[in-house]
Design a protein around this ligand. Structure first.
Ligand SMILES: Cc1cc2nc3c(=O)[nH]c(=O)nc-3n(C[C@H](O)[C@H](O)[C@H](O)COP(=O)(O)O)c2cc1C
Length: 227
């Protein structure tokens, strides 16, 4: 797969097959991803790879949080980095259009017990969509350059994953509760839990892995200077 094809075909995967990902594959994937760029080449990242019982323990803690979190109100969350939002008037319609594409899949017309289904969905999300593995990305440097670098390595992991037939979903929601990771993974107090990635073999048939993803047209986003 060439790079352009990888960029175009990567999409967030939210239903995974239960098959475990061999440690060797995860090792290779992370090892190659270390070639991601970083400001000053400081490589400000640490990775925690979670599978099996430890993943179950962490997700059990997160699912407990889902019970009191309504998906909108963030008062009981203490992320290590300031949470994005509320979105601006410009960005909000894009967020809403994602919801409009996903909601009919999660809650088809006529869905009964909507609240229970919504809770089920939040729990599924906080179980990393039942992926067999999750990668938590941390940093000792909360400066914006390092956070951009974390973005670069995170996307590199997601693109490299395609070579191994793996699907990923970058996930900001689980890290709203960094204390859950900190407790189970012995993450030092001053190390920030920045983001997380669900990773596993995708279920290609699942509608939530297939809906068309909108993108703004380039013309709205670019200004050309000097050419
Ligand atoms: C920083 C970041 C955080 C995200 N957090 C979540 C999340 O918590 N849950 C989720 O389902 N998707 C999450 N996503 C995935 C986005 O919804 C997805 O990238 C976006 O809708 C574009 O779709 P695509 O990745 O399929 O192209 C996140 C993506 C990024 C980059």
């Amino acid at each position: 797969m060439d790079v352009i094809e990888a960029i175009r075909t990567r999409r967030s995967i939210r239903v995974f097959k239960p098959d475990p990902v061999p440690r060797k594959v995860l090792h290779e994937l992370l090892d190659v991803s270390l070639w991601a760029p970083s400001g000053g080449n400081v490589q400000p990242w640490y990775f925690h790879v979670l599978t099996g019982k430890l993943l179950d323990k962490v997700t059990a803690g997160l699912v407990e949080k889902a019970k009191t979190w309504d998906g909108k109100d963030y008062v009981d969350t203490k992320p290590d980095l300031p949470r994005t939002g509320p979105y601006s008037k410009l960005l909000m319609p894009r967020r809403q259009s994602l919801k409009a594409l996903q909601d009919p899949i999660y809650y088809p017309p006529g869905t009964k017990n909507l609240e229970a289904k919504q809770l089920e969905h939040r729990e599924h999300m906080l179980r990393f969509f039942d992926a067999p593995a999750a990668i938590v990305v941390c940093t000792d440097d909360r400066g914006p350059t390092s956070i951009v670098s974390i973005g670069a390595v995170t996307q590199t992991i997601c693109l490299a994953a395609l070579t191994y037939g793996l699907g990923t979903c970058i996930m900001g929601v689980p890290v709203l509760w960094p204390e859950i990771f900190r407790e189970s993974l012995d993450i030092p107090k001053d190390r920030a839990v920045v983001t997380s990635i669900a990773i596993g073999y995708p279920d290609p048939e699942a509608p939530i892995n297939r809906f068309p993803r909108p993108r703004e047209p380039l013309d709205k986003l670019v200004e050309w200077h000097g050419l």
